[in-house]
Design a protein around this ligand. Sequence first.
Ligand SMILES: C[S@@+](CC[C@H](N)C(=O)[O-])C[C@H]1O[C@@H](n2cnc3c(N)ncnc32)[C@H](O)[C@@H]1O
Length: 248
Amino acid sequence: MSGGQLYDTIGATYTVTRRTEPRIAAQVWAALGDARTVLNVGAGTGSYEPHDRDVTAVEPSALMRAQRPADAAPCVAAAAESLPFADHSFDAAMAFATIHHWQDPIAGLREMRRVARRVVVFTHDTIEGGWLRRFWLTRDYLPEVAGLLDGRPSMTELASVIGARTEPVLVPWDCADGFFEAHWRRPEAYLDDQVRRGVSVWARVGPDPEQRAVRALRDDLDSGRWAERNRDVIDLDAAELGLRLLIA
Ligand SMILES: C[S@@+](CC[C@H](N)C(=O)[O-])C[C@H]1O[C@@H](n2cnc3c(N)ncnc32)[C@H](O)[C@@H]1O
């Protein structure tokens, strides 16, 4: 199933939990520099689109396109791997939390580079040994996440395709956008079905690992074991969980 087809299946309640996190948006918009025209690839419902620039969106899922606000940027039905624009059409191209869904992320990045002089991509770092242990949810409850990366290019490969530098993105403790890592200091949130339905990881690992992880987390929260194990995170205001901007 392509990434667009996946979101035609799981995307119906996306906006219940997914929205722009202003502190992360500020970092993305700073990385866009002085770009006036911006292409947002894998745009979904329009989160992180800067309102003070001329934005064009690209989104393959009809269900996601249908949930874009009436005043959102115009959106073209297409996929990253084959962008229907001439070379150098935009000052910048951005992609937020989408590249892990692309069937060919290297081709998609090359396309972004072709149509824009600047490229900004929000993704996660899987290079550093031990990334799986960085977040308690994958480390202690959902190690199946590792399998989702099989056969995918590493962040180093992705960065080298477009000659990008990387910039860490910290996740604030009260992150407004409910992506997978967002609730690192609010573990009870992962017990909420609506929170999980807004994150494709849960659909991709499947119902058995999901139910096992939720049961184990609930037990550990009830018994105090989660608090015991995660004393190091509860006083932090922001966490380094391997999220990165690639900037080229
Ligand atoms: C997690 S959502 C992120 C949406 C939006 N960027 C955001 O931050 O809310 C991932 C999006 O990538 C889109 N997508 C999947 N495969 C794609 C591809 N090959 N090219 C472009 N977008 C794709 C999905 O349809 C979905 O809307």
